[in-house]
Design a protein around this ligand. Structure first.
Ligand SMILES: [Cu+2]
Length: 130
């Protein structure tokens, strides 16, 4: 009878310890995986309302930008040649931007807009509105 009680006690203690360690391990793992994932999303999800694009050496820098809906994009031409930022389907057009001049457009619609320079169609850029 005593042996049986002792065995029962060991089983109970072992069982309790297993539950405790399982509980700690479980919550610890969850916290570890959630934190970095949340940080990554936060950094990537940061969308600016106003972004500047430099036109230099016949290129849009940076070529792809992301802004918030209702945000603005300002293109500044550093080249001596005249450039434009013109959406492929005609959704937006800055018109001519002369050297050291800027043009700012507001984007009220969400979407991905590819644009070129009408004088140099090999110049390509993308505005992503979120
Ligand atoms: Cu151009």
């Amino acid at each position: 009878m005593r042996k049986y009680l002792m065995l029962l006690g060991i089983v109970l203690v072992t069982g309790t310890l297993m539950v405790i360690s399982a509980g700690c391990g479980g919550s610890g793992t969850t916290t570890d995986t959630t934190a970095p994932a949340g940080n990554t999303t936060g950094t990537q999800g940061e969308v600016q309302t106003g972004v500047s694009v430099t036109i230099e050496n016949f290129a849009f820098i940076p070529p792809t930008i992301t802004i918030k809906k209702g945000g603005t994009v300002t293109w500044t031409n550093k080249d001596s040649a005249v450039h434009t930022a013109t959406e492929d389907g005609g959704d937006f057009d800055t018109g001519d931007i002369a050297q050291n001049q800027s043009a700012t457009l507001t984007f009220d619609e969400a979407g991905t807009f590819s644009y070129i320079c009408t004088y140099h169609p090999n110049m390509k850029g993308t505005v992503i509105v979120k």
